[in-house]
Ligand binder design. Structure first.
Ligand SMILES: [Zn+2]
Length: 280
């Protein structure tokens, strides 16, 4: 009799675990572009809406370098437009145009020593002036922007937030985590807020980094930028980290190690197959 309780509890636990796993797998979607199964508990439209609010507030609180008279700001917009056009064409050809529903691309250069760049759901991109000292040329900037934009279009933020939601036991109705919940806002901030401290950021997973490198290179090449520039860029990034007491922000989630560079070399033939230099 006494032992009946633990047994019942064990059975209940098993049922609960089964239900949790069943809903977990139901919420797993196959990424149309990468082919990898990923957890997506959040509606893309909800994320885009919140991203827009965060983006506008970030731009209002930081010094945006306006295009037109500034060559660097113009370059950021030009690279962004070319990559977004290449991605739209690629998705359309594959019959995946609806993956980009709600995307309203924006590319802003922000005056900051920080070595960083990011793209939020919906195509909201920021490049920091500090990054340009390391990219040094337009093709290398295209490699970084291609990488960051891939994180957004491959719904990596949704996946990281969903993993965080499961870890925190966030209430999930159907397959969608409830949005009007303070925990949801905290998750969003942890994954996306550019002002968040590095220590609270959920780290990019190795899968996500690999995908962002892989498709980012391809997209930069499709946009007419030489993907080979990725190698010297990452070497410069590693050198910057080695020579500075405070390593670039970007490196906290993007280690510029030998593994990354070796992987990029492996990916290069595929990227080069997409490469058509602009104007040729
Ligand atoms: Zn990344």
């Amino acid at each position: 009799m006494i032992k009946a309780y633990p047994k019942t509890q064990t059975k209940m636990k098993k049922i609960i675990t089964f239900l949790a796993l069943a809903s977990f797998f139901a919420a797993c979607t196959t990424n149309a572009v990468t082919g990898r199964k990923q957890l997506a508990l959040f509606g893309e439209a909800t994320l885009q809406q919140q991203a827009l609010t965060e983006y506008q507030s970030f731009l209002s609180q930081n010094k945006v370098v306006s295009g037109g008279s500034n060559k660097d700001a113009e370059m950021v917009k030009r690279v962004g437009l070319r990559i977004s056009k290449a991605i739209t064409e690629y998705y359309t050809q594959k019959g995946l145009a609806n993956e980009l529903n709600g995307y309203k691309w924006e590319f802003n250069l922000v005056d900051s020593k920080e070595v960083n760049a990011w793209c939020m759901p919906g195509g909201k991109v920021v490049v920091y002036t500090g990054l340009l000292g390391i990219t040094q040329n337009e093709a290398a900037l295209a490699v970084v922007m291609g990488h960051e934009i891939t994180h957004a279009v491959a719904h990596h933020g949704n996946e990281r937030m969903s993993q965080g939601a499961v870890a925190q036991g966030l209430e999930i109705v159907g397959n969608i985590a409830t949005a009007n919940n303070p925990k949801y806002n905290a998750l969003f901030t942890n994954v996306f807020a550019p002002t968040a401290q590095i220590t609270v950021l959920l780290p990019n997973s190795r899968n996500q980094e690999y995908e962002a490198d892989h498709f980012g290179l391809n997209f930069a090449a499709m946009a007419g930028y030489n993907p080979n520039e990725a190698i010297p860029f990452w070497q410069r990034m590693a050198a910057a980290a080695a020579s500075s007491q405070k390593p670039p922000e970007f490196l906290s989630t993007h280690p510029a190690d030998e593994n990354r560079i070796a992987r990029l070399r492996e990916l290069m033939p595929e990227a080069l197959s997409y490469y058509k230099p602009v104007g040729k």
